[in-house]
Structure formats: structure tokens, C-alpha cells
Write a protein that binds this ligand. Structure first.
Ligand code: COI
Length: 355
């Protein structure tokens, strides 16, 4: 792929205090764009000044939601090398999402090359402080100007990036979760396994309800029986019960997280039995009552590993592991970020050096 690079004429000031970065609110100088039309496929890849885009108010994405996105990070190692983490998984998942939403796939090599080149151009924006990263947001939108419900024939693939700190304002401290038994996030056969904006829009009301009930995140149950645990907020979820690690099996309505997959591999490597299976809310409540639930944590690119310290189900609330970070959660977090930042050996070949 031949990416045209037009260096930005206007350079923004980089944030002085990296402790104040927050998540996803500052954007770098450049953006990557590639266009698609049915006749020529994906073409005209360019990296240029970050700018507002102009598309028709009748564009498909605004009305019928043809949108797919990914979340990735670039990490600065001690020697100033810049790394990506398993970008092949994001490229693959993007294509699975694109296929489900009747959108054109992107050659995986081109997807990875675009991200690498873009990060190389923005390497000075990869922050330096502990726990900070350059969060990368590739996304694809349908832009046909037409109100008939059809898949678009024209698309934009855009990559933007944001130097970011911890996803949660309080860093890696335990969060509280609200068991949502009224609203659901996704159903099997739908688009729950894709990274598309509608899944996140569908989750907002549940999140508001969680906040009203004094919790930070929503624990989503399955869309049919509202019985089996699916995800938490925008993360996959793990439980350590009686020494075993349990996580809901990928079933079509759960997002197949890159961090989820990495955590399963690490747990097995640490010698834990990992069960990917259905786990009902009743089983979880019983485990909390019988004190066999030892740890609970969410995983995701943005949050990495986020311990859960409290579970609220209807009128009952349960404290997990004294509302402390569990030993396993901490070890997983440390190991994963050490691999991502190039601080330890990468025996699974997950790290990809950009420059
Ligand atoms: C990620 O973990 O990268 C996500 O995409 C979650 C997000 C919606 C912030």
C-alpha cells in the first residue's frame, strides 16, 4: 500500500502534565484516511492534518449505522521504542465486524500497515509516563447519500489517536457493578460480537441506571433469558471461583476481546484452569454468598484489567475480595502491561515494534 504522507502544517501543543491526560479527549496532529468505492475498492490512503470531515447529512452512517471501529494502543518502551499489541487480532476482528454489517473488508496487512505508519508519524505523541499510551481509534463509516435502507457503496476508513491515561478516573481501583435485568445489550444472531457504535448506544441507558444505583458499570445478562452473564460495561468479564478462572464463552453476542484472549492465555500459562462457559447470575450470587468467589475483573484494551469490588443485584449488594485488587488481577495486569511496554520477554509474540 502506498500511503501519501502530507505533514501537518499546524502542530498542536502536547499536554504538559501527562497525569492530566484522561481518556480520549485530546487528539494528535494527523489522521489517516482511505476511501472505498464499489468500482475500485479501497484506495487513496493518506496521512494528513487532523481535520473535520464533510459528509452529507443523508450519509448512511447517520441513519442506518454502518459503522465499525477498533480500539488499539501504542506503548512507549524504556528505550523509546514504540510498540503495538497484537494488531493482527484487531485487523481480523474489524473484518468480522465489517462482514456482519455488509461493509467492505480491509486487507489485514493494509490495516496493520496503516496503523503502523500512522503511529510512526505520530510517535512524538506517544506519552512517556507510567500507564499512559497513545489510544488508537480506527473506524469505518458508510457515506452514501441516500435514505433507502441499503448498504452503502462508498466508505471512509479513518484512523485517529489520542494520548491517554487510565480509562477510569481512579486508575486500577475496584469498580462497582450493577446487574441489569431489564435492558439488554445484544442478542445472539445480532451484532453483539461486532465493534459497532450501535452496541455502545444500546448500553448507555443501562449505564445511566447503574450510576443511579450507585454503581460505575453495568453487568449485562443475555438477551433471551436474562440469566447468563455476558459482559460488563465495555469490558469482558472474568471470575475466580474456587481457584478456577471462569469467563463467559463467546456466543455471538459477546465481544471477542483481544485482552480477553490474552488474559485466558496468561491464566493458563500461570497454571490456572480456565473455563469458557455459560455462567448464570444465580451461580455468581451463590458463589458470593458462599464466599467461593475470590476475584472478579473486567478486561479490555482501554481499561486493561479492571478489578470489580462490589456487585449490586436488585436490592442486595455483595463486596468482592474486601473491595481490594485481587492477587491474580494484579499479576495479570502487571504481566500484560510489562509485555505491552516491552519490559519483559514476549514469549507469545504479541508485541509488534513500530519504530
Ligand atoms: C476498548 O477497550 O478499546 C474499547 O473499545 C472500549 C471503549 C468503547 C472505550
Amino acid at each position: 500500500m502506498n500511503i501519501l504522507i502530507k505533514p501537518a502544517q499546524i502542530k498542536k501543543q502536547k499536554p504538559k502534565d501527562e497525569k492530566e491526560l484522561g481518556f480520549g479527549s485530546i487528539f494528535t496532529d494527523h489522521m489517516f484516511t482511505m476511501t472505498y468505492n464499489a468500482e475500485f475498492g479501497w484506495e487513496n490512503p493518506i496521512i494528513e492534518q487532523f481535520h473535520n470531515i464533510s459528509i452529507s447529512p443523508a450519509a448512511n452512517v447517520f441513519h442506518y449505522g454502518q459503522e465499525v471501529f477498533e480500539g488499539m494502543k501504542a506503548y512507549r518502551g524504556k528505550d523509546n521504542s514504540i510498540y503495538l499489541f497484537r494488531p493482527n487480532m484487531n485487523a481480523k476482528r474489524a473484518n468480522n465486524s465489517l462482514e456482519r454489517l455488509c461493509m467492505p473488508k480491509i486487507n489485514e496487512k493494509d490495516f496493520i500497515e496503516a496503523v503502523k505508519k500512522f503511529v510512526e508519524v505520530e510517535k512524538d505523541w506517544v506519552p512517556r509516563s507510567e500507564g499512559t499510551t497513545l489510544y488508537i481509534r480506527p473506524f469505518i463509516i458508510g457515506i452514501d447519500e441516500k435514505l433507502a435502507v441499503n448498504s452503502s457503496k462508498h466508505y471512509l476508513f479513518i484512523i485517529i489517536a489520542s494520548p491517554s491515561g487510565s480509562y477510569y478516573t481512579n486508575g486500577i481501583t475496584p469498580v462497582s457493578i450493577w446487574v441489569e435485568d431489564e435492558y439488554v445489550r445484544a442478542v445472539r444472531g445480532g451484532v453483539g460480537f461486532t465493534k459497532t457504535s450501535g452496541n455502545y448506544a444500546a448500553s448507555l441507558l443501562g449505564q445511566e441506571k447503574a450510576h443511579k444505583n450507585g454503581c460505575e458499570q453495568t453487568l449485562w445478562l443475555d438477551g433471551v433469558e436474562r440469566k447468563y452473564i455476558e459482559e460488563v460495561g465495555s469490558m469482558n468479564i472474568f471470575f475466580k471461583i474456587n481457584g478456577k478462572v471462569i469467563t463467559p464463552k463467546i456466543n455471538g453476542s459477546i465481544l471477542p476481546g483481544v485482552t480477553r484472549d490474552s488474559i485466558i492465555t496468561l491464566c493458563k500459562d500461570f497454571g490456572y484452569d480456565v473455563e469458557e462457559r455459560k455462567i448464570s447470575i444465580d451461580e455468581l450470587i451463590t458463589a458470593t454468598k458462599e464466599k467461593t468467589l475470590e476475584e472478579c475483573f473486567g478486561t479490555g484494551t482501554a481499561c486493561v484489567v479492571s478489578p470489580v469490588g462490589k456487585l449490586v443485584n436488585k436490592n442486595e449488594s455483595f463486596i468482592i475480595n474486601n473491595n481490594q485488587i485481587g492477587k491474580l488481577s494484579k499479576k495479570l495486569y502487571n504481566t500484560l502491561v510489562d509485555i505491552q511496554y516491552g519490559r519483559i520477554d514476549d514469549k507469545f509474540n504479541w508485541r509488534v515494534k513500530v519504530c
